[in-house]
Every structure is written in structure tokens, then in C-alpha cells.
Write a protein that binds this ligand. Structure first.
Ligand code: NAD
Length: 491
């Protein structure tokens, strides 16, 4: 396979890091070296921010429809090359190719198209009273720093850059240093699509060096970040003294709540499939994964064996094999973290129902034996306050917790420092609405998981973040409302 030489895109040109330092990029499912990316420093960040600052006046002066047309052109090129993007995403992350094909890349295309259209549908608010006419103008902020994680690389990168560009900001994007390939492919397509130089800049590098320089840069007007809660805290602290507008999408410890009334007849298998999907999709490396499964005591005997059977039936293996459900974790290092969290849960008194140790390499195809494969793991018997029920593991690991009443389920679900999302599985529509209103999190799915309307705001409470992405919320984040008030003579 051809090696990827990822370069920075700065002011319309591709370049390595000044000084030439690089970071190696690996396929975690094989251990194969995929290529290198720039190990950028503050010098590179500075050049990118200056380029973005120069391009701002021209880009923000375009009509929304003109900016939207550029985003549509970019989306068309990603769609044209969707298979190459999906293959690159699967190799870079270890996720199943089928998932990259069906979710990651189509969603990246949809993000670009959605915000291209949404900005054209924006209207100017006007408030009239007896004395004044107040017109709200939304003025793009300037240079937006867009920092994204490794779990859904192009999906989350485009989710940030699309509203920023649509709103009239110019962008310096920093993809995760672990998974920089599809953002670099996007950079190439942005040139082909005719995006003016400096409008979209992409710098690659490590968080504490390149990311921190971007956050601290005085000409960056706003920061949108998705990643871990500890990193979010560091970024919020760094941004505070200069009052940069900051949006943080952070971790979760999301509850999946299963009521006995969700298990009648054919509902049982639908609920089991849905709950397993919420726990294990993308190897459990989705911030919205339901990693705490709360089960009504009266349903335990029916639901738990069915869920364990489903988890065992998921096929772990070569991400490029279409039959694979669970691919590789992001790295061998992350596999060690996941394994240590499971070992800790067992030491704390947890009982393993399935999984619980890295996959025996002899069960894997030859080319995957150096990969980071961990099987779906279910643990019961831990109190709700145990570490495994409080801290994000970010792997294919879920705990099972019994409850006896609606109020107990709500208290357990709300009993962590996180507040990202939850899913409820119930056959009682009134109960679903009643419980949903009492959960302290940004999104509640009922008998479903990860269904999205891109117009709806998404984000977290407490340690899961600050602000919302999606729809108008995202467009408004990148703009300063300026109210122009005209005196109205009484009629
Ligand atoms: P991470 O926090 O380690 O890194 C995310 C990004 O931040 C990377 O690009 C990294 O280089 C950069 N970064 C790291 N330190 C930085 C610093 N000091 N200054 C500026 N940038 C810095 O997260 P990760 O390990 O890549 O991703 C996994 C985490 O992301 C999980 O906790 C997951 O829950 C979270 N996540 C949240 C959402 C959401 O929408 N809430 C979505 C996906 C992932």
C-alpha cells in the first residue's frame, strides 16, 4: 500500500512542519506503518493562523450562498472519492470498513451539505416596539480553531469546520495526531474544489505542542474542541484569560435504561440488539456509547442472558472483512488502558459475563495478530459508585446495574459527573417522556440510539461539555450578534 505523507495545509500550500519533524501513523489493526504526519510547533500554527486571518475579510464578505457553494463543491469531491476515504478511515482507526462506509464518510458529506444549506436559510431577527427597531446582525468571529479527536475522525472534523466556514469564519483545523489521514485527503479536495487559499488551514501535530499553541494564539477568535474531559479542562483554562469563545464536547458515562416493558414478544430481540449496538459500536469508542446498562430487576433473568449471547455473537476481527462487527481499538496503548480498567473492575468485585481480556491472537487472521483487539465485555455486580461505573473506559466494555423503580433508575443514571446522553428502552410512551425529562444529559434516545437530525442541538452537561453543536446553535457559535437599534417615531 502507498505510504501517506500527510502535510499541513497553510494558506493554500502544502508543507511539512518547519524543521521537518514527523509523527508516525500506524494501522492499529495490523501494526503496519501507514506513513507520517508533521509534528508541528508554534511556528507552523502561527503561519496557519496568519494565513487564516488574511483570508478572513474576503471569505466573510461572500454571500452565504457563495460560501455554501464552496462547501457543496467540497462535499461532491468527498462523495466522488467516498470509497478511498472509507478505506483510509478504517486503516487509520481500526474501525470496520463497513462502519466507515455506512456512517463516517456519508456523515462527513452530510455535515458539509447541511451547513452549506443551513447558512442560506438563516434569517435576520428584527424586534419592533413602540420606540425602537432592533435588528440583529450576525458577524463572523474571525479565525476559528477546530480541534477534533480520533474516534470519528472525518465525521467530527467536518462537523466543526463546516459550520465555521459556512458562518464566514476562516479555519485552522487540528485533527488528532493519531488519525490525520482523512483530514489531509479533505485538504487536497479543498484545493481541487477551489476554496480560496487561507480559508481552510490544517495543522497536524501533538495536542500539548501544536494544539496548545493554537488555543493560545492571540489571533484565534474561538475554539471548538471535541475530545477528553481532562483536555477540555486544559483548553478552557488556556482560553479563559483572553475570553475566546469556547465550545467543548467531552466524554460521557452514558446510561442505557432497560425497563421490563421493553421486552415483550419481538421487542426483546430489538431491545437486545439496540442495547448491544449502543455499547459496542466502533469498539465502544463513541462518546455516546451506553457503557452503563441499567436493567429493571424483574427483567434481569430474561434480558441479561440474551444480551450476553448477543455480545458473544459479535464478530471481532479484520476491519476490512465485511462480516466484522468489532474491529481494532485505536492503539495497543489504549488496549492496555481498557484491559487495566476491566482488571480493576474485577478487583473491585465485578463479575465478568463475557470478554474480559485481549483477544487471543491465534483467533485472528495472520495479518491482524499484532492488532489491538478486545472482545465485547459485560461486567455485573459493581455498585453504581464503583470506578468502572463512574469513569469513561472508551472501549467495548459495559457494566450491568439492576434497579427496582423508575426513580432509582433516574438517580443512578444521573449519578456521575458526566451528562452527555442516555437511551431508554420501554414499551410505555408516557414513561419514556416522563423519565427523559428527569435525566440530566443533553440527548435522550427512546428505543433507539444515535439517531440524529442535524438541525437539533447536541452536546453535554457538566463534565460532558459546554455549549451545543448542530443547526443554528453551531452557526451562531461562530458569529457575534450585533444589534443595531433605530429610534422609531411613535405613529
Ligand atoms: P484528546 O482529548 O486526547 O484529544 C482530542 C484532540 O485534542 C486531539 O486533536 C489532540 O491532539 C488535542 N489536544 C490534546 N491536548 C491538547 C491541548 N493541551 N491543547 C489543545 N489540543 C489538545 O481526546 P481523544 O483521545 O482524541 O478522544 C477521545 C475522547 O474524546 C473521549 O473522552 C471521548 O468521550 C471524547 N469525545 C467526545 C465527543 C462528544 O461529542 N462529546 C465525541 C467524540 C469523542
Amino acid at each position: 500500500m502507498e505510504a501517506h505523507t500527510v502535510l499541513n495545509l497553510i494558506d493554500g500550500s502544502f508543507s511539512p512542519a518547519r524543521g521537518g519533524a514527523t509523527i508516525s501513523i500506524y494501522n492499529p489493526a495490523t501494526g503496519e506503518l501507514l506513513g507520517t504526519a508533521p509534528d508541528s510547533t508554534a511556528h507552523d500554527v502561527d503561519a496557519a493562523v496568519e494565513g487564516a486571518a488574511r483570508a478572513f475579510a474576503g471569505w466573510s464578505a461572500l454571500a452565504p450562498a457563495q460560501r455554501g457553494a464552496h462547501l457543496h463543491a467540497l462535499a461532491a469531491l468527498v462523495e466522488r472519492d467516498a470509497e478511498a476515504f472509507a478505506l483510509a478511515e478504517s486503516r487509520d482507526t481500526g474501525k470496520p470498513l463497513s462502519l466507515a462506509r455506512s456512517v463516517d464518510i456519508p456523515r462527513a458529506i452530510a455535515n458539509l451539505r447541511f451547513f452549506a444549506d443551513a447558512v442560506c436559510a438563516q434569517h435576520t431577527e428584527t424586534f419592533l416596539n413602540a420606540h425602537a427597531r432592533s435588528v440583529v446582525h450576525r458577524r463572523a468571529l474571525g479565525v476559528a480553531a477546530c480541534i477534533s479527536p480520533w474516534n470519528l475522525p472525518l465525521y467530527l472534523f467536518t462537523w466543526k469546520i463546516a459550520p465555521a466556514l459556512a458562518a464566514g469564519c476562516t479555519v485552522v483545523g487540528k485533527p488528532s495526531e493519531v488519525t490525520p489521514i482523512t483530514a489531509s485527503m479533505l485538504a487536497q479536495r479543498s484545493i481541487e474544489a477551489g476554496l480560496p487559499g487561507g480559508v481552510l488551514n490544517i495543522v497536524n501535530g501533538r495536542g500539548p505542542l501544536c494544539g496548545a499553541a493554537l488555543v493560545a494564539h492571540p489571533r484565534v477568535a474561538c475554539i471548538t474542541f471535541t475530545g477528553g474531559t481532562a483536555t477540555g479542562e486544559t483548553i478552557a483554562r488556556a482560553a479563559a484569560p483572553s475570553f475566546k469563545r469556547t465550545a467543548l464536547e467531552l466524554g460521557g458515562k452514558n446510561a442505557t435504561i432497560v425497563f421490563a416493558d421493553a421486552l415483550h414478544g419481538e421487542q426483546l430481540s430489538k431491545s437486545v440488539h439496540g442495547v448491544a449496538r449502543a455499547a459496542f459500536t466502533n469498539q465502544g469508542q463513541v462518546c455516546h456509547c451506553g457503557s452503563r446498562i441499567l436493567i429493571e430487576r424483574s427483567a434481569w433473568e430474561i434480558f441479561v442472558p440474551a444480551l450476553v449471547a448477543r455480545a458473544r455473537a459479535l464478530r471481532v476481527g479484520d476491519p476490512l472483512d465485511c462480516a466484522t462487527d468489532i474491529g481494532s481499538l485505536i492503539s495497543g496503548q489504549h488496549l492496555l488502558r481498557v484491559a487495566a480498567a476491566v482488571d480493576g473492575a474485577v478487583r473491585d468485585g465485578g463479575h465478568l459475563l463475557c470478554g474480559g481480556s485481549p483477544l487471543d491472537p491465534s483467533h485472528l487472521p495472520e495479518q491482524n495478530r499484532a492488532g489491538a483487539f478486545y472482545p465485547p465485555t459485560l461486567i455485573e455486580g459493581l455498585p453504581a459508585t464503583a470506578k468502572a461505573n463512574q469513569e469513561e473506559i472508551f472501549g467495548p466494555v459495559a457494566t450491568l446495574i439492576p434497579f427496582s423503580s423508575e426513580s432509582e433508575a433516574i438517580a443512578i443514571a444521573n449519578g456521575t459527573r458526566f451528562g452527555l446522553s442516555a437511551s431508554l428502552w420501554t414499551g410505555d410512551a408516557d414513561r419514556a417522556q416522563r423519565v427523559a425529562r428527569q435525566l440530566d444529559c443533553g440527548t435522550v434516545w427512546i428505543n433507539s440510539w444515535m439517531l440524529r437530525d442535524l438541525r437539533a442541538p447536541i452536546g453535554g452537561m457538566r463534565a460532558s461539555g459546554l455549549g451545543r453543536e448542530g443547526g443554528q446553535e453551531a452557526l451562531n457559535f461562530f458569529a457575534e450578534p450585533v444589534v443595531v437599534v433605530t429610534h422609531e417615531e411613535p405613529q
